[in-house]
Design a protein around this ligand. Structure first.
Ligand code: URA
Length: 437
């Protein structure tokens, strides 16, 4: 078999066989196929697409390219969740504890933030003492004890995806449906859960800007999950504006605690309750979605979900008093308050722009090597659709210095528009996609 023939076949619109995809994934992972040939194939896939069978085969080959996690020694149905990335997305910190408080087993590996999107591992590490770099056996012991653990990715999981994603990033081949679907699902399959919940974002801050594209991605991933025997459900959710009111690591833990205490931003709370209900349903702790929704709401109102987060924090070496008293978090010392430039409605508060402002403030990473300031970020006092008076405070920015605050302020203001007419604010949860329809 020759890589040249595989590239040629795809360039002409042919369908690659399972053997051809295995040859490519294995050869590329081992370093036997050079980047220039892999890049050519990625570009051919970008333009020609893939059939469902090809996407499924590519996913499985990538999932098998390194270690896989065997969660079978853990009790119950293990449910994982993946979000396609967003700004202010602290949902894992909220829905993991809610679902675990309802008896679902959550043994989750999460990522770090990059660019305008944040990562759960960074948010967790803003809790003093908390470890996310936990050896496999200890991770399993915590899950057996508490029903919940969220750690960083460890081991050699999906090396093919790591290499391919880095190449896609520099060859303008990220935005390809079969490549995104296989990249996400290969990691979820290798991570070993029995069932997978996908939060597919749509809007200005998302990979997929239109409903049509996000629906196609969600359908493809749900189909791949079912094909490999993992029950998979996708929710398509809004990412046109930041999720909730806090952007930044310690700030987002504070907001997660607020929601777990029964308060917080209503759109964020609604999304978290619906995501948790889906996890409870997938984890077979409820027979219907109605029952699952009731269980999720009860876990919050009874305080069991918040208690579950504190248990996990303590089990991972963190100081649980920060969960009981989130005001203990130290925020960055320089703070500026921004006010509305005119009276009217906030007609645009671009999620990606706010995410980039948070990076300028020090809350995110420009490159994988950048360090982050856990106490930096943005508190939105108003969000898209809110009515504001000229001069009314709309956001507070936190950073290590006033110079950083100024940089963040510039970015933030570029993502904001105030106009006379109230904008249409679409629903938070746009669609649910499951194999059974
Ligand atoms: N997230 C991933 O993990 N992979 C992609 O290709 C896109 C988003």
């Amino acid at each position: 078999m020759r890589m040249y023939d595989i590239i040629h076949k795809k360039r002409e619109g042919g369908e690659l066989t399972g053997e051809e995809l295995r040859f490519f994934v294995q050869g590329f992972t081992r370093g036997e196929i050079p980047d220039y040939q892999a890049s050519a194939l990625l570009m051919a896939i970008f333009f020609r697409g893939m059939t469902r069978r090809e996407t499924g085969d590519l996913t499985l080959e990538m999932a098998r390219s390194g270690d896989t996690v065997d969660l079978s020694s853990l009790p119950g149905v293990k449910v994982d969740k993946h979000s396609t990335g967003g700004v202010g997305d602290k949902t894992s910190l909220i829905i993991g504890p809610i679902a675990a408080a309802c008896g679902v087993t959550i043994a989750k590996m999460s990522g770090r933030g990059l660019g305008h999107t944040g990562g759960t591992v960074d948010k967790l590490e803003s809790i003093p003492g908390l470890r996310t770099d936990i050896p496999r056996q200890e991770f399993f012991d915590i899950v057996k004890r508490t029903g919940l653990s969220i750690i960083g990715q460890s081991g050699n999981l999906c090396p093919a995806d790591k290499k391919l994603y880095a190449l896609r990033d520099v060859t303008a081949t990220v935005e390809s449906l079969p490549l995104i679907a296989s990249s996400i699902m290969s990691k979820k399959i290798a991570a070993g859960a029995d069932a997978i919940l996908l939060d597919v974002k749509v809007g200005s801050g998302a990979f997929m800007k239109t409903l049509e594209d996000s629906r196609a991605l969600a359908q493809e991933m749900v189909r791949i999950g079912s094909q490999v025997g993992r029950r998979t459900v996708a929710l398509i959710t809004d990412m046109d504006m930041p999720l909730g009111r806090h952007i930044g690591n310690a700030l987002e833990v504070q907001e997660a605690v607020e929601v777990l205490s029964g308060g917080g931003d209503s759109r964020l709370r609604d999304l978290c309750l619906e995501l948790s209900a889906n996890m409870i349903y997938l984890g077979q702790r409820a027979e219907t979605m109605e029952e699952a929704r009731a269980k999720a709401a009860e876990a919050v109102s009874a305080g069991r979900a918040l208690q579950k987060l504190a248990e996990m924090v303590e089990a991972q070496g963190g100081d649980p008093s920060y969960i009981a008293h989130p005001e203990k978090f130290t925020l960055s010392p320089a703070c500026v308050e921004l006010s509305a430039p005119q009276t009217g409605y906030i007609t645009r508060l671009d999620a990606e722009g706010c995410g980039l402002a948070a990076v300028e403030l020090g809350a995110g990473r420009e490159t994988k090597e950048s360090s982050i300031d856990f106490g930096a970020g943005i508190v939105l006092l108003q969000n898209k659709g809110d009515r504001v008076e000229q001069g009314q405070p709309i956001a507070r920015l936190y950073a290590q210095s006033e110079a950083l605050c100024r940089r963040g302020k510039e970015r933030f203001l570029a993502s904001l528009e105030v106009g006379e007419l109230a904008p249409k604010r679409g629903p938070m949860i746009v669609e649910r996609i499951a194999e059974e329809g």
